[in-house]
Design a protein around this ligand. Sequence first.
Ligand SMILES: [Zn+2]
Length: 228
Amino acid sequence: MNIAFQGRNISIKNPNICPHCHIVNTPHVQWQVETRNTDNTPTLITAWTCSNEMCKKIFIASYKEDGQSAKFDRFLNGLPKGPEWPKPINDLKSGNPKINEQPEQTRFIKTYLQSLVAENSGLDELAGMGFRKSIEYLVKDWAIQNKPEDKEKIENSWLGAVIKDYYTGDLKEILERATWLGNDQAHYNRIFEEYDIDVLKELIALIMVELDRQFKMKHYIDNIQKRK
Ligand SMILES: [Zn+2]
């Protein structure tokens, strides 16, 4: 799109994805305004409507001065796209959904996405604590799914105790390490200073892959039985 910016007619790259629905489409521009960033650099703020019929939300994109042109900087609203959630994790039940009520979104995914928003907004201290909380939801809800009769016990136990009692092998080792790094994010003095939020997210990604693998293996072992 051609646009007036800093007294010149320049060309900017239209956004081709919506930060709400994350579907690639051709958004329509609604308005634009020239302003200045907090560091006083000329900035172009543009508003768009998503052309995906199911979404149609308005989103705001900012562009930064870049020599004779302006380049896309970031979306000012919408949600960051989380990782691809493995199906068993997406389907994980959380809390106590009432009968006839839409089950609430998995608390792990909800908390993870909120932490991602915090991280993208530069709130790294909050993001770290949020990822730590998301691990607790995942660990406990998964253990409850595997052993519903222990629901109350699991809900009332410390995270470390649940990992010790309900997980084994490498997965248990990785869960413990993710918890150490996660706890570090919530404490005054950091013990694992060389590991940042990216490492914590990497461990969470590993945990999801392993839970997905175990779930699928159990499913096929249980469902495909020997026939004569
Ligand atoms: Zn959209």
